[in-house]
Design a protein around this ligand. Sequence first.
Ligand SMILES: Cc1cc2nc3c(=O)[nH]c(=O)nc-3n(C[C@H](O)[C@H](O)[C@H](O)COP(=O)(O)OP(=O)(O)OC[C@H]3O[C@@H](n4cnc5c(N)ncnc54)[C@H](O)[C@@H]3O)c2cc1C
Length: 461
Amino acid sequence: MNTIWWVRRDMRLHDNAALHAASRAGALVPVFVLDEQVLRSRYHRNATRRIEFMTDGLGALDAELRALGSRLIIREGRADDVLSAVAAEVQAVEVFAAGDVTPFGRLQEARVRRRVALSLVTGIGIRPSGVVSKPDGSGYSVFGAFRRAWLSTPLPDPIAPPTQLPAVPDGILGIDVVAAPVRGFPAGETEALRRLDEFTIERIDGYPKERDRPDLDSTAALSPYLKFGMLSSRLAAKRAVERGSEDERGGASRWLDELLWREFYMDVVYRRPEVLREEFNPRLRRIHWVNATDDIEAWKAGRTGFPFVDAGMRQLLHTGWMHNRARMVTASFLVKNLLCDWRIGEQWFMDQLLDGDPPSNNGGWQWVAGTGTDAAPYFRVFNPVLQGRRFDPTGEYVRRWVPELAAISGRDIHEPWKLSAESRAGYPPPIVDIAESRRRMMAAYAEARSRNAAMQLASAP
Ligand SMILES: Cc1cc2nc3c(=O)[nH]c(=O)nc-3n(C[C@H](O)[C@H](O)[C@H](O)COP(=O)(O)OP(=O)(O)OC[C@H]3O[C@@H](n4cnc5c(N)ncnc54)[C@H](O)[C@@H]3O)c2cc1C
């Protein structure tokens, strides 16, 4: 009896529940669908580098499958069309796949289910979304409470990788894909597992102290691998638990929390998909944004005149990845200081990030904008100069990404406008006054709050 493993964002052999279930049920055929609708959607159409990373990862997966006697069939088309065609060709009785949380991923599943038997298992997150609930069955909107409930159930053990797989029947054709490897991020599970080992053995203990320092190599840089499932998030969590996460202040525990933020945001999108379009907090909808084109372009190019912001934006442009602290500060600058709609930044990050993932990206943007879960106070604005001085104390991060300022030593680099024009070497002056822009933001948010409150009153029965 034949089965299909519909490869989605679980591009790995280790700890793979869909692969495991498909091979227990029959002789599996691995199929990946390049779905035009996905590739042309607003999330992915400009994300050339992320698609290269994914394509590179498909090549790596195919090589791993071939080493075990199988191969990957890649086809273009709609997932339901492709999977029902392959199912007919190989006479497969069932398709196994990792369940997704995004609205489009779930629509794909519903369409596939109308054409072939589909079994969904957990594989993108650590646990399925929508199961960690309050006693009344609803979801958590505060991370701390979600985390406590999540941790109250023991982690399941990861599944061992297969040692051999059945050959895919001759004559089952797919397309060849060729990708240019993305600099700094070789795709595939071998690299992902190497990074996991290196981080959890050598660097995890220093994580609580150093994780906010973008000038140091202080975090795991695993997010692109988790995004495409080249690394199992369950294996990553298990590794953290084994490294001693019972010590609440230890590195492993702190790192496990970050993996749980990913779980939390997936749960939010699964239960409340509308957050991908509008503010989680209804009191902060329809803010009167300024959205000045010149400001947005300067922000995207890393030419705002604020070195810490520009370093982050240029790291993103050059590598497709940005340190979390820099993500928070650059996002806050766009939303709070330039008063631009957070959706503009969310889209730009989706265009640029190798790890661009709607739940985590949306969660991060709404958290910074103060419109999301966790009631982050909206009046908290990251001051880009103070943040730079604190988290890039020697200016090393700025010097790495903003070469115009490379000759400036020490933390003076965070206020170049106070230095001579020669030492700034063509670096732009600040595009906004920090104190003034903060006042403007406070007024715009306050106005939206009172307008929304009045509308709510007016519509009350
Ligand atoms: C505005 C904004 C946008 C973001 N967009 C994304 C995105 O599109 N995709 C994405 O994976 N992360 C996003 N993040 C979260 C975070 O910045 C990255 O996950 C992290 O920087 C990845 O680096 P790392 O692998 O070294 O993380 P580590 O610090 O080593 O953490 C380990 C893993 O935990 C997860 N994680 C860590 N922090 C968060 C977080 N705040 N929210 C959700 N998951 C987290 C990631 O999967 C990460 O790989 C965003 C954060 C902000 C503030």
